[in-house]
Design a binder for this molecule. Structure first.
Ligand SMILES: [Zn+2]
Length: 353
């Protein structure tokens, strides 16, 4: 890989050059490789494809540096900071303002983002048998640690069972995402979500590391003594609920909280008129992701609600509609917004990381 070889039973840092800047000033991206003494699969862990999503950097560090290559079967390849360009500026995007995770598998004659995606895909991703691409929520939101993947793909469904108790959301991913391109190339791939951007969240990091240790154990790559004692993962389908009006959003529920249809999730208050608009759950489910309290615009995706589904139910998408469930406004209370309508929820909004 990358014109280098890593001897069996050793750990080595290689360098990948996306070849994009002035070549004489190019800064190579470090690639951590643990190469086992015995044969086994190769597993690729990528993080910070979005430069502001730093929990994954720490997850990759902990996993790679805890491996004893002598006891490893196969190879673990960790790319802690794919988007060094964005990481240095603490932003999600590349310096050409493109989102790298919309350009896979990329093209050698395309844009800056497309060439970079192509280089990573050809030189690293295609050398792997499995990939896990680690992200966080975006834009002042946070996610419960979870996996996302196309569970209608049998290889991906099987792969997703190896992470212990980590929940799995059925979502094939937007066109151009690494997981989608890798799956199209026949490499089972999942996205791992853990927490929010611009932060190091110890709980989410520990959860992610634990999931990956379970994965390596279950793939018979690396034995872990303290395995997750939880049963099979829970599969979810999901919808986002959007703000109807703009204003100050104050949340009423937490991540992982079970909510029921009609429950108040949050309130958006107009700071000038003091009128408010309730955000109400259109379904029974679990809060998988949420916006942090902030100023929101109409249409802002606020709460991501998962609904437990069996493998068979994954074939049928959740209806992107919601009944009129807004509770009546008590006398004297600020005027409520119109009830949630179908436009306020959707299955695949622009919040995919
Ligand atoms: Zn991301």
């Amino acid at each position: 890989m990358l014109n280098s070889s890593v001897a069996p039973g050793t750990f080595r840092t290689l360098h990948w050059s996306p070849g994009q800047y002035i070549s004489s000033l190019d800064t190579p991206v470090p690639i951590l490789v643990a190469h086992g003494r015995e044969e086994g699969p190769s597993l690729c862990l990528t993080a910070a494809i979005h430069g502001d999503e730093i929990n994954g950097i720490e997850i990759v560090r902990r996993v790679l540096h805890q491996i004893e290559p002598d006891s490893l079967k196969g190879t673990v390849i960790g790319v802690p900071i794919v988007n060094l360009d964005g990481f240095r500026r603490a932003t999600r995007y590349l310096s050409d303002r493109r989102d790298l995770n919309r350009f896979f598998p990329g093209s050698p004659i395309g844009s800056y983002a497309s060439r970079m995606a192509h280089s990573l895909f050809q030189q690293i991703i295609l050398k792997c048998d499995y990939t896990v691409d680690i992200h966080t929520a975006s834009f002042y939101r946070t996610n419960l640690p979870q996996l996302r993947g196309d569970l209608k793909n049998k290889a991906v469904l099987e792969f997703s069972r190896h992470f212990g108790g980590m929940s799995v959301l059925h979502n094939a991913g937007a066109t151009g995402t690494l997981r989608r391109a890798a799956n199209d190339a026949g490499i089972p791939s999942l996205t791992m979500e853990a927490g929010g951007p611009h932060a190091l969240e110890q709980e989410a990091i520990a959860f992610g590391v634990k999931g990956l240790k379970n994965l390596m154990h279950n793939l018979n790559m690396y034995q872990t003594v303290r395995l997750w004692r939880m049963p099979q993962p829970v599969f979810y389908q999901s919808i986002w609920v959007r703000a109807k009006l703009g204003g100050i959003m104050l949340s009423k529920v937490d991540l992982d909280e079970n909510v029921r249809q009609g429950q108040l999730l949050g309130r958006v208050i107009d700071p000038i008129t003091n009128t408010s608009s309730d955000i109400v759950s259109p379904i029974n489910g679990t809060i998988l992701g949420k916006a942090l309290d902030q100023v929101v615009s109409p249409g802002f995706a606020t709460f991501h609600i998962g609904v437990v589904a069996t493998e068979e139910q994954l074939e049928t998408p959740l209806p992107a509609t919601a009944p009129d469930l807004a509770p009546p406004t008590p006398a004297g209370a600020p005027t409520a917004s119109p009830p949630i309508d179908p436009d306020a929820v959707e299955a695949f909004p622009d919040t995919e990381s």
